[in-house]
Design a protein around this ligand. Structure first.
Ligand code: ACO
Length: 158
């Protein structure tokens, strides 16, 4: 298994993995935009034949109207194909992206949204990586499910 930075030519395979693994899907332009704008933050895991079996898509959050707010990273999407799960791939993808957020962009923390019933992802974020629930966003998802907004402070981490 190899983990490397995502490149523009990976976006179709990343999008395909996303379609298989998650109900939250995005137009191909969004995938390209992320990789071109923040080229150090998104990674892929590939098998021995070079097929993409996992990805993390991340950005620096620039939407805050409060200009004094801390620079922070945001994980848009992460997934690993079913037969490659519980091998530590998601943990590695997350750590590489977080490290780059802190070192390249001087981000102070990272945030993400996750369905409140997604036990596997919550286990990864909370138990393995140390994220905490910052708040609950009611009806965040298209089907009405609530999201946990989780965040991890980088202080003393990188
Ligand atoms: N149940 C409970 N805890 C889990 C599970 C699970 N099924 N899977 C992973 N974890 C936790 C464990 O603490 C695990 O450590 P351990 O194996 O030593 O016990 C830790 O996460 C690290 O696991 P990894 O092997 O790195 O995780 P994996 O590569 O299997 O990927 C992921 C986890 C991404 C959540 C995978 O299950 C997946 O693709 N799920 C479907 C897509 C998804 O839900 N993505 C997240 C949506 S939220 C967002 O994208 C911001």
């Amino acid at each position: 298994m190899n983990i490397r930075l995502a490149r523009a030519e990976d976006v179709v395979d990343m999008q395909q993995a996303n379609l298989v693994n998650l109900p939250e899907n995005y137009h191909i332009r969004l995938w390209i935009y992320h990789i071109v704008t923040w080229p150090q933050l998104s990674y892929v895991a590939e098998d021995r034949k070079g097929r993409i079996v996992g990805y993390v898509l991340a950005k620096i959050d620039e939407e805050s109207e409060d200009k004094s707010a801390d620079i922070h990273g945001h994980i848009n999407s992460i997934s690993v194909m079913r037969s490659y799960r519980r091998l530590g791939l998601a943990k590695k993808l997350m750590l590489l992206s977080q490290e780059a957020m802190a070192s390249v962009y001087k981000a102070k923390y990272v945030s993400l949204h996750v369905r409140e019933t997604n036990q596997a992802a919550i286990g990864l974020y909370r138990d393995t990586l140390g994220f905490e629930v910052a708040n609950t966003e009611k009806g965040y998802y298209a089907d009405g499910e609530n999201a946990y907004m989780m965040r991890l402070d980088f202080k003393n981490k990188f």
